[in-house]
Design a protein around this ligand. Sequence first.
Ligand code: ADP
Ligand code: MG
Length: 205
Amino acid sequence: MAAVDAAAWVRDFAALVNENATELTALDAAIGDADHGTNMQRGMAAAVAALDDSTPGSPGEICRQTAMVLIRTIGGASGPLYGTFFLRFAAAIESGSDIADFARAFRAGLDGVIARGKAEPGDKTMVDALGPAADVLEKQVAGGGSAQQALDAAVIAAEAGRDATTPLVARKGRASYLGERSAGHQDPGATSAALLVRAAGQALR
Ligand code: ADP
Ligand code: MG
């Protein structure tokens, strides 16, 4: 990823998770078990520590290493889901280097999350932030948008998708146990997923 620096992406995501950990946990306290911020902080700190220890030479290897660390350290629903995202992203990007490669790999990562978690759009999960970002990335690439334009648009789409989770009733994950009472709260996983896209917007231009 000449334009796309995978290590910078992982590091920027970790930094954003740190800055927003209290909010992520507060959101999860409302409709889950109050651990999403600490889960993500623990996982991303371990992913950064692994990069500090050794940074692989290709984006695919960097994302594969990150995936394995997240699966090992996060636990909870989000560990395997983010792990699967990075694993499928890794397999699709390998040593790809442009925004078209990124868009294709992002879609593959999302497909992995859906295959693993079985969430559909509107189920009030991370899919509601990742899905609109994947759509917009593909649209921008098809329309000849620059990497910066594509990523800026993806950030807007992910954040709109995150915000749109608030009125939804959760149909997957712990929040679904609350039924109608899950409505009126922003989904924690959609919130962290929007940070993942924001980190890409910072790191990959
Ligand atoms: P846990 O629910 O095990 O405590 P976390 O609190 O770390 O795990 O993560 C909760 C987030 O995971 C939710 O806000 C939601 O976005 C996401 N999530 C849960 N189940 C699924 C699923 N089946 N598919 C996609 N995302 C899911
Ligand atoms: Mg939780």
